[in-house]
Design a protein around this ligand. Structure first.
Ligand SMILES: O=C(O)CCC(=O)C(=O)O
Length: 300
């Protein structure tokens, strides 16, 4: 199945920095995705390598996770990449970003019933290296209906047109994975995006967004696919000082795992991302792989 956005929708996405649409996925297709991801969470898949972590806690196992996430769940359930959702998202990403679009990442997001914490306001680009400029779109798929009672997403329209704003850590605790935007926007401008199961909201890497807690009796699950074009050196110098202070248990587990041989598994998995469209994309991927190896060597 393929879905195309019409020109008015694409224009709205460019203006607002986010857009909701219906994927048209069938109930069994949504149930399959939900069951696949639920099993990974229940089995604690990826914890040792830092793929599974609590984005809203110190993530040392001392308290129930308030926002467990799995980075790259496709590494543990490869069938996710053949899913109809992947094909739909890829087609729309190509429509918006052009033929050179690349699949960047997938993430499984679980906000547990009643204890699921709010997602702080943030811009995804605040996590990235400020030396590059990015073109990125996230596809956030609701795996059950979402509204303000279970933490639907909310966006500040037009915020993607400005710079990356100052960020810090929730409660000032740099052990927490999540980042929080601390200045330069008004949360009262935000628009909530309730969705039916199978509804999707896409956002730009610079759009300020967040979500409320899950106060409902059921888990709130979402599956995210991210597509990008190869980053280019930043046109203007910028600094994200919070990145130097970020010290999470997740990153530490990942480093340990890579030091003990996981680096080879990591590089092998990354091969599916490489798209040799031109020499620039190849060089970018080679440099990134080298950086990953250097980090492991210097930690050892
Ligand atoms: O699901 C959420 O509450 C947050 C997701 C998010 O921040 C993202 O997909 O970029």
């Amino acid at each position: 199945m393929t879905i195309c956005l019409d020109q008015a929708m694409i224009q709205r996405f460019r203006e607002d920095g986010f857009l909701c649409f219906d994927t048209g996925l069938s109930a069994p297709e949504i149930a399959t995705l939900r069951a696949t991801l639920s099993t990974l969470h229940t089995d604690n898949v990826g914890f040792k390598e830092g793929a599974l972590f609590d984005a809203m806690g110190v993530d040392d196992g001392s308290a129930p996770a308030r926002f467990p996430q799995i980075l790259h769940p496709r590494s543990f359930a490869p069938q996710l990449i053949g899913s109809p959702f992947y094909r739909i998202a890829r087609g729309i990403a190509e429509q918006i970003l052009g033929k050179d679009v690349r699949f960047k990442a997938d993430i499984s997001l679980l906000k547990p019933a009643q204890i699921g914490g709010p997602t702080p306001w943030h811009q995804d680009e605040a996590f990235q290296d400020p030396a590059f400029d990015y073109q990125e779109i996230s596809f956030w798929l609701a795996l059950q209906p979402v509204d303000t009672s279970n933490g639907c997403m909310a966006y500040v329209p037009g915020s993607h047109k400005g710079p990356v704003l100052p960020h810090g850590f929730p409660g000032g605790d740099s052990r927490i994975h999540a980042l929080e935007c601390i200045d330069g926007f008004d949360p009262l401008d935000a628009v909530s995006c309730p969705l039916p199961a199978g509804g999707c909201v896409i956002h730009n890497g610079k759009t300020v967004h967040g979500a409320g807690p899950n106060a409902s009796g059921g888990d709130r699950m979402a599956y995210v696919l991210i597509f990008d074009t190869v980053p280019v050196p930043a046109k203007t110098e910028r600094h994200f000082p919070w990145r130097a202070h970020h010290k999470t248990a997740r990153a530490q587990r990942e480093l340990e795992w890579r030091r003990h041989g996981g680096i080879l598994v990591h590089l092998w998995r990354q091969r599916t991302r490489v798209r040799i469209t031109n020499i620039r994309t190849l060089l970018f991927d080679m440099r990134r792989a080298l950086r990953a190896v250097r980090r492991v060597v210097s930690a050892g």
